[in-house]
Design a protein around this ligand. Structure first.
Ligand SMILES: *[C@@H]1O[C@H](CO)[C@@H](O)[C@H](O)[C@H]1NC(C)=O
Ligand SMILES: *[C@@H]1O[C@H](CO)[C@@H](O)[C@H](O)[C@H]1NC(C)=O
Ligand SMILES: *[C@@H]1O[C@H](CO)[C@@H](O)[C@H](O)[C@H]1NC(C)=O
Ligand SMILES: *[C@@H]1O[C@H](CO)[C@@H](O)[C@H](O)[C@H]1NC(C)=O
Length: 393
């Protein structure tokens, strides 16, 4: 066990309100879980799927043939992309089902359907949750508890900060170069951009009714990131490169959207990002964003490989500029047959990150990413790092 400096203990204790206990340990080190490791070629490939929107019904709530047909088609998309890419890890990056359409009695059946192609291939996975995979029929905490109970072997999803209204599903997962290592080569970070049932203006809770969409809780999650980062630094003498997933994009995505970047721009976030109240940007996602910049090592330091979101189905690009402190912001595109479709998102896709030990060991780490489509093509391959969109940085 490491000994924590008194200052760190004091500041972390006051950072968490309501007396909730947050342990001063590296929360992602779970000895009961199988260590995730790079393969012999030094690669660890992640496929990220978002916006499956399983379980859709007609507007009047009646059951429609297209709902189950779409769900089956989504499973074919996932199976095809998994067979083509053969990833080491799958991230379900939110809006797995259309929460307002599913039934409370069997909402978790839709989670089973979302995970089935990944589980059938025995691939470890974890999830973030969307604005829509909630409503009254199931909430993020229930989704996570179900996932943990039923997929205890393969699922790495946790909730280190919750419960609501602070969000459920803020956590990190270490990936090691080899199983005997004690310091991870890369950390996958996951954050909860929350939803209505995380608390609304109609009752106690920090998410006001006028919110267009929601945001990562500014009161608890930034201090969680800071504490974990400090613990990593103290215990490992380094903060490993970070790959970040959150369903709703940070507002900086809206600033980057007009830049020319590979991938679809059908659905520029306006204002479908974090931090908007009644169509006005509030800055309420900035405490989270500032913590991400610290994770990056500061502006333009390059320790955050990318922060990746779904939510805007017609967006599938990656971009970075001085406005994002040089941090690449990426979109997932659309992996589901549920949910709205834009001109270029008709052919469904997942986003691939091919992490490589050599790339991570560079002075400024890099990662290759591309979109992988259900028609077995790939596109928009780029290497994220200091050379990517250098003219804007
Ligand atoms: C959920 O329940 C509804 C209503 O009984 C049913 O129509 C639907 O097929 C069920 N879906 C799943 C995935 O079990
Ligand atoms: C949103 O803005 C409109 C127009 O300014 C205003 O009429 C309305 O009351 C506002 N709603 C909320 C919930 O703040
Ligand atoms: C969730 O976001 C989608 C867009 O991705 C939007 O159409 C829907 O109205 C939102 N639902 C809620 C409950 O906020
Ligand atoms: C596959 O889908 C992509 C993305 O929409 C498209 O650009 C490409 O032309 C398609 N290729 C084939 C062979 O269908």
């Amino acid at each position: 066990m490491m000994i924590l400096p008194a200052l760190l203990l004091a500041s972390s204790a006051s950072a968490f309100p309501l007396g909730r206990r947050v342990s001063n340990t590296l929360s992602g080190i779970i000895t009961s879980k199988t260590k995730l490791t790079f393969n012999a070629a030094g690669n660890f490939k992640v496929v990220s799927f978002s916006d499956m929107h399983m379980g859709e019904r007609n507007g009047d709530g009646t059951w429609a043939v297209w709902g189950p047909a779409n769900d089956a088609a989504t499973q074919v998309v996932h199976g095809t992309i998994l067979d083509n890419e053969k990833p080491n890890y799958v991230v379900f990056n939110g809006d797995m089902m259309t929460g307002e359409n599913v039934f409370a009695a069997n909402a978790t059946n839709y989670l089973d359907m979302v995970y089935a192609p990944t589980v059938a291939r025995n691939i470890p996975f974890s999830s973030t949750h969307g604005n829509i995979s909630v409503q009254n029929n199931i909430n993020h905490q229930e989704e996570i508890e179900y996932e943990q109970a039923h997929y205890s072997e393969l699922s790495y999803t946790r909730s280190d900060v919750g419960p609501k209204p602070y969000g459920s599903g803020n956590y990190w997962v270490p990936v090691y170069a080899k199983s005997t290592d004690s310091v991870p080569a890369v950390i996958l970070w996951f954050f909860d951009s929350r939803s209505f049932v995380s608390g609304t203006g109609d009752g106690p809770g920090p998410v006001p009714a006028a919110a267009n969409y929601y945001w990562v809780d500014p009161n608890t999650v930034p201090s969680y990131i800071t504490l974990q980062r400090q613990l990593m630094s103290a215990q490992w003498q380094k903060v490993p490169p970070a790959l970040v997933f959150v369903h709703i994009p940070v507002q900086k995505a809206q600033i980057l959207a007009p830049l020319p970047s590979e991938g679809d721009h059908d659905d520029e976030p306006d204002p479908a990002t974090q931090g908007f109240l009644n169509n006005t940007y509030t800055g309420l996602d900035l405490p989270f964003w500032d913590a991400i910049i610290d994770l990056n090592g500061g502006p333009d330091k390059g320790n955050v490989l990318a922060i990746t979101s779904g939510h805007d189905h017609g967006e599938s690009w990656c971009a970075r500029s001085t406005d994002s402190a040089g941090i690449p912001i990426c979109f997932n595109g659309h992996s589901g047959y549920g949910g709205y479709v834009t001109t270029h998102s008709v052919v469904r896709n997942g986003r691939v990150f091919n992490l490589n030990l050599g790339d991570l060991a560079k002075e400024v780490p890099t990662v290759n990413t591309w979109n992988s489509y259900e028609n077995s093509t790939t596109d928009d391959a780029v290497e994220l790092g200091p050379d990517y969109m250098a003219q804007y940085n």
